[in-house]
Design a protein around this ligand. Structure first.
Ligand SMILES: N[C@@H](CCC(=O)N[C@@H](CS)C(=O)NCC(=O)O)C(=O)O
Length: 311
């Protein structure tokens, strides 16, 4: 099996979610550092347009979005389960809320003046970041940054839910004795607030959440080893994509394999990837594209949260 390569940057909450998912499964993986802001020419050589963080590569298969990355590594290493079958719906539903509403609230909370000073000691970095993320505030269906009061309500509410549940269940993790997607999706927003120096104040009288944060942190990142982007692109160029899963036309409005399509996120960071439809299942879609440096790559996206359009 080709190695798992993660394209990410240290400060990204969704990358931290993924690093912990890898850690929970004890994975060995290669770590490619990508820029925090555009341009990201090496990443786009692989994705063809998708710019969000992180992206997972296995050979010449490129997996976008952490919801899909979780499902793919679950198939490779089923235990311990990220998605325990008996919690299949509730775990994914709660993770989806955490990855959208709680993530936006956590980032907005952390970026209040006291947090910004800690996150970005150089104020010009804040300006660069906000300029880069401007398109995230329009064009899609969701805005990442929300007003501070709204953000505080969501963050504090979520902390109180977790405190009550862990106190009542006596579980080490949200779903019970083992970690699952619920822990990783709920945790990464708090991790970002922690980076801003503002988490301790929120958890002063929330002992169960404080202990859980520490437990999740200790899961660690598995076994990462650095790789540079040029090497990763060479891996793609010398590999062939895996055999596609059977095509399921459900909800595809007459599209067939081979048709030219674009696939783009619907919430924010909506930059499209163009190519030929390779296959679609009820849960994922795969687009083939040629890149001058990476050669023929298959780019995989989840169906939920992404729009497939004929081009
Ligand atoms: N739904 C996506 C969200 C990813 C996301 O929003 N990542 C942030 C970083 S934590 C991002 O892409 N920011 C812009 C960038 O890195 O270019 C996922 O689960 O992967």
């Amino acid at each position: 099996m080709s190695e798992i390569i993660l394209h990410h940057y240290a400060e990204s909450p969704f990358a931290e979610k993924t690093r912990l998912m890898f850690g929970s499964k004890g994975l060995a993986w290669r770590s490619v550092s990508i820029p925090v802001v555009m341009p990201k020419p090496d990443l786009l050589a692989l994705t063809g347009g998708y710019r969000r963080t992180p992206v997972m590569q296995i050979g010449s298969d490129i997996y976008c979005d952490t919801a899909l990355i979780g499902e793919v590594i679950e198939r490779k290493v089923p235990a311990p389960a990220l998605f325990p079958p008996a919690q299949a719906a509730r775990a994914r539903l709660a993770a989806r809320w955490a990855d959208s509403a709680l993530f936006s609230a956590a980032v907005s909370y952390a970026m209040q003046p006291a947090g910004l000073a800690r996150l970005f000691p150089d104020p010009s970095d804040v300006e660069t970041l906000l300029e880069d993320r401007k398109p995230f505030l329009s064009g899609g269906s969701a805005q990442v940054l929300i007003p501070p009061g709204d953000a505080a309500s969501v963050v504090i509410g979520a902390i109180d839910w977790i405190e009550t549940e862990l106190g009542a269940s006596g579980g080490a993790f949200i779903g019970g004795a083992s970690s699952s997607i619920l822990d990783f999706s709920l945790y990464h927003g708090f991790w970002f607030i922690h980076q801003s120096g503002l988490l301790d104040g929120l958890l002063a009288d929330r002992p169960y959440v404080a202990a859980w944060v520490e437990r999740v942190r200790k899961i660690g990142h598995g076994k990462p080893q650095d790789m540079n982007a040029v090497e990763a692109i060479a891996v793609a160029a010398s590999s062939s994509p895996v055999l596609p899963e059977p095509f399921d036309s459900t909800g595809l409005d007459g599209l067939s394999p081979g048709d030219p399509v674009t696939v783009a996120a619907t919430d924010y960071g909506v930059d499209p990837t163009s190519g030929r439809l390779v296959t679609a299942t009820r849960s994922s879609v795969v687009v083939a594209r040629e890149d001058a440096r990476a050669g023929k790559v298959h780019v995989h996206f989840p169906r939920m949260g992404f729009r497939i359009s004929r081009s």
